[in-house]
Design a protein around this ligand. Structure first.
Ligand SMILES: Cc1ncc(COP(=O)(O)O)c(C=O)c1O
Length: 327
């Protein structure tokens, strides 16, 4: 039997077979895995046979957009919101996606069922397509769309239980007048560079500041602190203009906070605000919700995940376990 190879996907541990799998012998412990497939331009193909051209501008220039989506018990969490962001990102870079949102949504659902990754992670990618070697995006008239349905575990359980120790990177977030951080583009090099800084420092994540020196976000997560605001315990998070991706999980957590009457303030934050916060946590599709208990060597709050963070983590877990709404 051909074993799955472990590799990294957007810096995340992932298991996708690099070659088509031969039939596995069923065992009592592990049900037989259906052969992993990828959806590529309208067809389900074995993952090991799915390929894009070396002339694809997604490969040559990072010219394309993508989404990372989670499935919980076969339900595609916030699918419509992810698809909206995908089409918004594509519009922003003048990329016409050659499928409707309904068609892509159906493809995602079918792929998850066929691969049996009911609790998994989906990567939906649109590249500019194969063209000439110049930058001109309109020389590549046929965008390529592919979908991977896999599983993911971003950080060790120990960090989910006790929080992460992270650093601030020297690499700055994109200026919104350049490539808008609201566009989830295939060009993640600044995030990769910040991630390298984290790895060099022995940290699992890095905070990026924006061009004004305010806190933006982490390499693949949005950031929240818990702090008093006008004397009331509140959730504070950088606003959309602070060079952040408008995270789907960020918006879910803001909604959960509203439901328990916890004030949410979207405001510019400095590193000092983080250092003196009562609590801090990150949100992202792959990471879900995870506490941060140290930043740049400063203990946050008690140094353990705080009560507000724990409450929001529990509310998030309950939401995805009970309903995982697709809207
Ligand atoms: C740069 C960046 N910020 C924030 C997020 C979190 O966004 P979401 O909750 O939509 O996954 C991600 C992950 O997609 C990301 O790559």
């Amino acid at each position: 039997m051909m074993m799955d190879s472990t590799h990294t996907l957007h810096g995340l541990e992932s298991t996708v077979p690099t070659e088509p799998q031969t039939a596995a012998r069923p065992s009592a412990a592990a049900p037989p895995q259906p052969q992993r497939e990828v959806w590529l331009d309208g067809a389900f193909v074995p993952a090991g046979e799915a390929a894009v051209s070396v002339f694809d501008h997604g490969v040559l220039y990072g010219d394309g957009v993508f989404e990372g989506i989670r499935s919980y018990n076969g339900r595609i969490f916030k699918l419509a919101t992810h698809l909206k962001r995908l089409y918004d990102s594509a519009k922003s870079i003048r990329l016409d996606i050659p499928y409707s949102a309904d068609e892509l949504g159906d493809a995602v659902r079918q792929l998850v069922q066929r691969n049996g990754t009911l609790d998994g992670y989906i990567r939906l990618v649109v590249t500019r397509g194969a063209g000439s070697l110049g930058l001109n995006p309109f020389s590549s008239p046929n965008p390529v769309v592919f979908i991977i349905a896999d599983t993911i575990k971003l950080y060790p359980q120990e960090m989910y239980d006790h929080g992460m120790h992270i650093i601030t990177a020297a690499t700055v977030a994109n200026h919104p007048a350049s490539l808008s951080p609201r566009v989830k583009s295939l060009n993640y090099l600044k995030n990769v560079l910040a991630k390298i800084e984290a790895i060099d420092a022995g940290a699992p994540e890095a905070i990026m500041l924006n061009a004004q020196g305010f806190v933006a976000e982490c390499t693949s997560d949005n950031l929240f602190i818990v702090a008093p605001y006008h004397d009331k315990t509140s959730l504070l998070t950088p606003p959309l203009h602070a060079s952040i991706l408008e995270g789907v999980t960020r918006n879910v957590v803001i909604q959960l906070a509203h439901e328990v009457d916890l004030p949410v303030v979207q405001t510019d934050l400095t590193r000092h605000d983080l250092y003196v916060a009562d609590e801090m946590f990150l949100t992202g599709t792959a990471a879900e919700v995870i506490a941060v208990t140290q930043v740049d060597g400063r203990k946050i709050g008690t140094g353990e995940p705080g009560p507000v963070t724990r409450r929001l983590i529990a509310a998030f877990r309950q939401l995805v376990a009970d309903q995982a709404p697709e809207d």
